[in-house]
Write a protein of this length. Structure first.
Length: 44
């Protein structure tokens, strides 16, 4: 059980990095979608 703190910290760092990356991707995609003209949006 000496390594439990290290393991928990590693999980926190990993999930934090993945979460930050996901937020960044979502923000960039929303910004990019506003630049596409409305008549050329196949997703809407």
């Amino acid at each position: 059980m000496d390594n439990a703190g290290f393991i928990v910290a590693s999980y926190i760092v990993t999930f934090g990095a993945v979460g930050a990356y996901a937020v960044g991707v979502i923000r960039r995609s929303r910004k990019s979608s506003r630049e596409v003209p409305r008549d050329q949006r196949p997703w809407s």
